[in-house]
Design a protein around this ligand. Structure first.
Ligand SMILES: Cc1ncc(COP(=O)(O)O)c(C=O)c1O
Length: 361
């Protein structure tokens, strides 16, 4: 068979997708992926390493990651039966969309937001209805309510705090949406530790609300690939059927549980990031950006007609931020993650130099 004939056999919905890619760029000051800028300390790593050495590698991990689910239940204030854990929140989004989307269904997604939602829904063959954020890049709740009223069975996917804008939905806004929406609401709270309303208390009253979270941001473990779902018990039981067996390897399961036992370190890291965010926001607001958008996450979105020159200048000084200017409504925008004290200070110095040089041109 010719390769072209084989390619024709690939699901048309998958072939029709644009590639999700992140241009590989290296820099010492890496402020482009909203990771926790601090790695876990040696003490924790030593415990993890000795577990890894002693645990037989030829045996499968536990069928149900009980210890991790119990730790997550304590961390989030629900019961283990309200949780599914897996290989990053991306995998959790995949199993949710496999559960709720098919070729005759649609999803309502706001834009700009995390691009993986659109990719997965379309890859599964569902139709995407888009609702724009408003001019301030905040959620337009009346428009979201109208969209779900017109598409009552649609899966609504919201991200709060939203990547890449940092905007959030308040409790009142989520309740207003849940009051009218008769379909599923997937609420992605990957950045919840940094701010915004934590909607976990609503899952009992609203079984159509499903929350996804991650270890990749505040918990400082993007490399482990651990994410989880919080939802009503019976919903979890059904979704669990499509989850692949053994989707968390033994190392990630063990280390994720270990991380949750270090709650004071997690909280201290979040406090540091929040203090740095405030300082950075004030600094950026004094620079000649067209907009510096308010944020509840560990990143700040800025807009400047000098976007490309600034991006290139930062790269030439070994600093990488995220160019999000190709997203809907984000012309000339860059997204800057909050780094360590030293990284942020280095960024500020280069931003100041850049704008001073621009003025003298
Ligand atoms: C809003 C949002 N959801 C989910 C993810 C994916 O997280 P994970 O690393 O857990 O797959 C990201 C990653 O950047 C994100 O920004």
């Amino acid at each position: 068979m010719k390769t072209e004939e084989v390619l024709q056999l690939i699901n048309a919905d998958v072939r029709g997708l644009d590639k999700y890619h992140l241009k590989k760029q290296l820099a010492n000051t890496k402020l482009n992926q909203n990771e926790n800028p601090c790695d876990w300390d040696e003490e924790v790593k030593e415990i993890a390493a000795s577990f890894c050495k002693s645990r037989p590698w030829n045996r499968y991990p536990s069928f149900i990651p009980e210890r991790l689910k119990e730790s997550l239940a304590r961390y989030t204030g629900v019961a283990p039966k309200n949780i599914i854990a897996g290989n990053g929140s991306n995998e959790m989004l995949l199993i949710l969309l496999l559960s709720f989307v098919n070729k005759s269904s649609s999803a309502v997604i706001c834009t700009p937001t995390f691009t993986v939602y659109n990719l997965l829904v379309r890859g599964i063959g569902g139709d995407v209805k888009v609702v724009n954020l408003n001019e301030q890049l905040q959620y337009d709740v009346p428009a979201i309510c109208s969209a779900v009223e017109v598409n009552p069975s649609a899966v609504l996917i919201l991200c709060s705090p939203n990547n890449p804008t940092g905007s959030t939905l308040s409790k009142q806004q989520i309740l207003a949406i849940l009051e009218v929406h008769r379909g599923i609401l997937i609420l992605d709270q990957a950045y919840i530790e940094f701010g915004g309303y934590n909607a976990v208390e609503l899952i009992d009253k609203y079984p159509n609300l499903i929350i996804t979270r991650t270890f990749s941001k505040a918990l400082g473990a993007a490399g482990l690939r651990v994410g989880y779902i919080i939802a009503a018990e019976q919903v979890i039981a059904e979704i669990n059927k499509i989850k692949l067996p053994y989707n968390i390897n033994f190392f990630s399961e063990y280390v994720a549980t270990l991380i949750l036992e270090n709650r004071t370190k997690i909280d201290a890291g979040v406090e540091k990031t929040l203090a740095q965010r405030q300082e950075m926001f004030q600094y950026l607001s004094q620079l000649p950006f067209d907009n510096v958008y308010p944020t509840d996450a560990n990143f700040i979105l800025v807009r400047t007609p000098k976007k490309q020159q600034l991006f290139d200048y930062l790269v030439s000084n070994d600093i990488l931020v995220r160019d999000v200017s190709s997203y809907d409504l984000l012309e000339n925008c860059l997204r800057i993650s909050i780094g360590t004290v030293e990284e942020n200070s280095c960024l500020r110095t280069h931003l100041m130099n850049f704008f001073e040089n621009q003025q003298s041109l």
